[in-house]
Ligand binder design. Structure first.
Ligand code: C2E
Ligand code: CA
Ligand code: CA
Length: 418
């Protein structure tokens, strides 16, 4: 070999040694980096408030940090469980389909709101992001991601949008129906009128005041009340003609021009109607209310203040509006036969009504004892399950005309209308 060849061999050997040395140094560096990265991820997983999780292809949780406590579980409690079991059943089928589609496409999701169930049963709204773990076939072998509770603002906005959607659905489907409940005179024993109560079908059943509160929260309270009122007036045409019809409305609805328009445009005569003002909050400005009421009362509408005895607002309404009827709240009638304080308050309301030339109707009478006591206190009329439950059946409404309690006066005994 020439000197030149030797030089080439030496250069090649040196190059190989250099590359190998660089390779080893780089390898050690990347192993150190990997170890550092691993440490960082471990500290992050241990210190973050977010829930970090990983699932397998079946959606079984195979890793969880302690963030799972946001649902009341320790990591060991959730590891091995299907993530779906932690999601609220109402939204689950839709979510399962969505995740299956994303998995097929090898896609993740970001900042999706999920309703999950806490270990103790209450709903927890969370915000969840995830990336797929891609297998050799290009499909997701599972997902890994984060979840955190929604901030109070976002949670409220989510609840409101949910409420709005449900109320809009009720309004567009016209799904309000009306139940009537008889009101019985305690001096004659006859059914003298009925109260119209809104019914909205849902599973589980949600009472009308909750629907109305939800509607008011999203600015649709007046619309829903007006739809219930329209339905009450329409249904009233099927009632025995001698019964008056008590309708419910809040001060806000009464002050809305559409309220008076509806009352005046309907065939039901105003002098057949009693308007119950349902409101527990104080009214700051009575003027729009008294304007509308003044006009409608001059055409025969009678006025009732609802829920007297359940708060201060009703007494202010009474003083300001001088109603024709005062309705004693069930808070006051429940157990009135065994409670001297309730008797004293009810008796004071009766005296007060006498001064105002108003009549008193007791609500929520459930027992014979309560009814007897109300008779003895000279309450004018009563309403309650003991006498009859609200009914949506027109055949039953027809049977109320002419029905009487057994004996009139102090010893009145009710015959339930079933
Ligand atoms: P409210 O006006 O005080 O109506 C009386 C409530 O007591 C009704 O509840 C009635 O079903 C219930 N009730 C009747 N008898 C008894 C009894 O013996 N025991 C008990 N525990 N309860 C009895 P409902 O129908 O669930 O209505 C709840 C509230 O929703 C009503 O209270 C009223 O404030 C509001 N509401 C109902 N329908 C309408 C409506 O069409 N418009 C408006 N603005 N409010 C309505
Ligand atoms: Ca009422
Ligand atoms: Ca009431």
């Amino acid at each position: 070999m020439s000197g030149h060849d030797w030089a080439i061999i030496i250069v090649v050997v040196l190059a190989v040694v250099l590359v190998r040395t660089l390779w080893l140094v780089a390898g050690a560096a990347s192993a150190r980096d990997a170890a550092r990265l691993q440490n960082t991820l471990t500290s992050l997983a241990e210190t973050t408030h977010d829930w970090l999780w990983r699932t397998d292809r079946e959606g079984r949780i195979i890793y969880s940090n302690s963030g799972s406590t946001l649902l009341g579980y320790l990591p060991d409690d959730v590891t091995g469980r299907k993530a779906y079991e932690l999601i609220d059943p109402a939204g689950l089928p839709e979510w399962q389909v969505r995740v299956a589609d994303l998995g097929r496409l090898g896609l993740g999701w970001s900042d999706i709101t999920l309703h999950m169930r806490h270990r103790d049963g209450h709903l927890v709204d969370i915000e969840c992001s995830a990336a797929p773990i891609i297998g050799r076939d290009g499909r997701a072998e599972g997902f890994e991601g984060t979840a955190r509770p929604l901030s109070a603002d976002v949670a409220l906005a989510t609840t409101r949008s949910h409420q709005r959607h449900r109320v809009e659905q009720i309004l567009s489907d016209h799904s309000v129906r009306i139940a009537f409940q008889p009101i019985v005179s305690l001096s004659t024993g006859a059914v003298v009128g009925v109260e119209a109560l809104a019914r909205i079908d849902s599973d589980p059943y949600i009472p009308p005041d909750i629907w109305l509160r939800d509607a008011a929260d999203v600015g649709l309270g007046v619309s829903l009340e007006l739809q219930a009122l329209q339905c009450a007036l329409d249904s009233a045409t099927a009632l025995p003609p001698n019964l008056y019809v008590s309708i419910n409305a809040s001060p806000r609805t009464i002050a809305d021009p559409a309220f008076l328009e509806l009352l005046l445009s309907h065939d039901t005569a105003l002098d057949r109607l009693v308007l119950e003002i349902t409101e527990h909050e104080s009214v700051s400005d009575y003027e729009p209310l008294t304007n509308t009421l003044g006009f409608a009362r001059s055409r025969g509408l009678r006025l009732a203040v609802d829920d007297a005895g359940s708060g201060y607002a009703s007494f202010r309404h009474i003083l300001t509006l001088r109603p024709d009827y005062i309705k004693l709240d069930r808070d006051l009638t429940a157990g009135i036969d065994t409670d001297a304080a309730r008797r004293a308050l009810a008796s004071a309301v009766v005296m007060f009504a006498l001064e105002l030339d108003a009549q008193v109707t007791a609500e929520g009478v459930e027992t014979e004892g309560e009814l007897d006591t109300l008779c003895s206190l000279s309450v004018d009329a009563a309403q309650g399950y003991y006498l009859a439950r609200p009914s949506t059946d027109p055949a039953e409404w027809a049977r109320w005309a002419g029905r009487r309690l057994g004996v009139v006066g102090r010893d009145t005994r009710a015959i339930g209308f079933g």
